[in-house]
Structure formats: structure tokens, C-alpha cells
Design a binder for this molecule. Structure first.
Ligand code: KG4
Ligand code: ZN
Length: 335
């Protein structure tokens, strides 16, 4: 009999639910994005996100079951993101999942959001097996993680300030491109020269692979202010491409160093920024020279979704990592 996991995700601005069979086969993946609503404010407004999750959650879960062609009776267990994320947003998914678990008498599997992002790679690449190095770059995180086994992770490096996606979103805002900024900068940068402006690259003390993106962000903002004061026109495509080059170089060089040190043969990308075309290409080119394979999920599995939570929930289910009805949302849950 197949193990069917219903995965529920509500940590930020996507209300998402999915049904995944045996950890790797996606039967449905329904995502209700609130992006259009938050666009009006230039970023996610936590209170609005929570209210929208409440409105959406039962509709999204019902649709996930319907698209998968199953009923609640067919589900083996319910997996839910319980952190990290926005507390009010997380609480909606956690409360809903707990209620389902109680009403149906089915196990509840708590899932760490970043583990979910990493696990998206198992869906996209069913043959991939640990160990490997994973770069998790999203709106809230920039981590290099050594994945030693399906449930065994070690964070090797993290950002000291902004997450990569956060920097993309802020620079898109100052360039007047809109929200979310990552895909917009990705597109505009294709028309620009990545070497037009050499924005700073931060080097941490010897031995540290940590990131810092606040310096490059400030450098871009200062560059734009100075040009404005002098009444000079800027080429937005060049700025987008040069900013992206600086961010991707840092992400790729640090991740490659981690992969070489860990002597792994695979590097995986995960999180919303893993959809970035420059990052994918640069990482693939750099790793190829070292005989290291680069894998990443399709864009729909890079940004927040329920399938990655259901898949991570499957591995938790196998080791009976169950939560009780006292499960709470943990906004800054460590990996
Ligand atoms: O994983 P995700 O959906 O949410 C978090 O867990 O944070 O990531 C969202 C982030 C946003 O900052 C968005 O701008 C960024 O991922 N993003 C991208 C691209 N697509 C999404 N950044 C760069 N290039 C992209 N193509
Ligand atoms: Zn995420």
C-alpha cells in the first residue's frame, strides 16, 4: 500500500496543500498565492497573510484532495510546516493540521520549512541520495547545508544579515520594479551587462563560508542615490545584472568551497532563489569544472509549496517523528 501524505504549508504568503505518494510522486500540488495582495504594500504584511490563510486553507486542502483523486480516508498522515516563518501565518496551518489529525485519527508530522525546501529535490530527482551539499536561498534564509542522510542535516554557513531573496526584493523595490523582486531582476538582468558596475563582494574571516548581502544592497542604493543627485540616467538592466552577478558569485563560490571540503559529488539548490537563471547557470558551470553535479527543482517546487512539505513529512513519518495536539508554531525554529 502506498503512503499518502497530505502536506500543508502556510509559513509566509502562500497557502498550499499537496498529496504526495511515497515521498516522491506528487498527486496534487495546490498553491494559493497572496502575492497580488501584498504587492500593494511592496512586501508581505503579516496580519493580512494570516487572515487570508484562514480564508483559504480549507478550500486549498479540499482542492488538493480532489485533484489527487483521494479522500481524507485514503490519507496516511498529515504533515505541516510548524516553523520557521510568520507566527500568525504558521498558526493557521498548524491549527488546521492538528484539527484534521484529531478528527481523522491520523498521525501528525511536524515539518521544518527549510527541510521541506531541501526535500523538493527528491521529488524532482528521484534517484538523488545523500550525502550532498544544499544551498537553501529564499526570502528568509541563505544557508549552506550538508545533508548527510534523509533526516540528518548540518548548517555549514548562513547569512549574517539579509537573506539573498530579501536583497533581491529590496533592490527590485529601489529600482521601481515591483514585488516579489527576484523574478523581475532575473528577467531584467538578461538585458544588462553583469560587469557594468563592480559592486562589493564580502569576504568573511578565514574559514567562514557565511554570507553577507547588506553591503551589496547598500552599495546599489548609494549608487542609485548618487546618480539621482547628479541628475544622471542609470541603466536599470545593467544595475540589475551587476547586482545579481555579485549575489550569485557569493552564493556559488561559498557553496562550491563547501562541496569540495565535504568531498561530495552533488550540489543541490533549494528555496525561491533557486529558480534564478543566473544562479543555476553559474553554479552548474563552476561545479562542472570540479566534476560535481548540480541539481535543482523546477520553479514551482523552489518557491513555497505543499508538495515539499508532504515529501519531507514522508521521511518524518518513516521514522515515526509524530507530534501531539500540543504542537505549536515556532517562528525562529533552528534546523
Ligand atoms: O522560498 P520562498 O517562496 O519563500 C521563503 O521561504 O522565503 O522564496 C521567496 C523568495 C523571494 O525573495 C523571491 O524574490 C525569490 O524567492 N525568488 C527569486 C526568483 N524567484 C523567486 N529570486 C531570484 N530569482 C528568481 N527567479
Ligand atoms: Zn520558503
Amino acid at each position: 500500500m502506498r503512503t499518502l501524505i497530505l502536506g500543508i504549508e502556510s509559513s509566509c504568503d502562500e497557502t498550499a496543500a499537496a498529496v504526495v505518494a511515497d515521498g516522491r510522486e506528487v498527486l496534487s500540488n495546490v498553491i494559493n498565492s497572496q502575492i497580488d495582495l501584498h504587492k500593494l504594500y511592496g512586501g508581505v504584511v503579516p496580519e493580512i497573510a494570516s487572515r487570508k490563510h484562514i480564508e483559504n486553507i480549507s478550500v486549498v486542502v479540499d482542492e488538493a484532495l480532489e485533484k489527487a483523486g483521494v479522500t481524507f480516508d485514503d490519507i496516511t498522515a498529515i504533515a505541516v510546516t510548524y516553523g520557521p516563518g510568520l507566527v500568525g501565518a504558521l498558526l493557521v496551518g498548524v491549527s488546521y493540521a492538528k484539527a484534521l489529525s484529531f478528527a481523522l485519527g491520523k498521525p501528525l508530522v511536524p515539518v521544518h520549512h527549510i527541510r521541506g525546501h531541501i526535500t523538493a529535490n527528491y521529488i524532482a530527482h528521484p534517484d538523488v541520495k545523500p550525502p550532498y551539499i544544499c544551498l537553501v536561498a529564499s526570502g528568509g534564509h541563505s544557508h549552506i547545508v550538508r545533508v548527510d542522510d534523509y533526516n540528518d542535516f548540518e548548517v555549514i554557513a548562513r547569512t549574517r544579515d539579509d537573506a539573498a531573496g530579501e536583497a533581491y526584493d529590496k533592490i527590485a523595490r529601489v529600482l521601481g520594479l515591483g514585488y516579489p523582486g527576484g523574478p523581475l531582476i532575473d528577467k531584467l538582468a538578461k538585458e544588462g551587462n553583469p560587469h557594468a558596475v563592480e559592486f562589493p563582494r564580502v569576504q568573511m574571516a578565514e574559514g567562514s563560508l557565511d554570507f553577507s548581502f547588506s553591503g551589496v544592497k547598500t552599495a546599489v542604493i548609494n549608487y542609485l542615490h548618487k546618480a539621482e543627485q547628479k541628475g544622471e540616467e542609470v541603466n536599470k538592466a545593467d544595475i540589475a545584472a551587476s547586482f545579481q552577478q555579485a549575489v550569485c558569485e557569493a552564493l556559488c563560490t561559498h557553496t562550491l568551497s563547501a562541496a569540495k571540503a565535504a568531498k561530495v559529488k552533488t550540489v543541490a539548490l533549494a528555496g525561491g532563489v533557486a529558480s534564478n537563471s543566473c544562479l543555476r547557470q553559474m553554479m552548474t558551470d563552476m561545479c562542472k569544472k570540479e566534476g560535481i553535479d548540480v541539481i535543482y527543482p523546477p520553479p514551482v517546487l523552489c518557491t513555497d509549496n505543499g508538495a515539499m512539505i508532504a515529501s519531507a513529512g514522508y521521511f518524518g513519518y518513516l521514522r515515526e517523528d509524530f507530534a501531539g495536539l500540543d504542537l505549536n508554531a515556532v517562528p525562529s525554529l533552528p534546523l
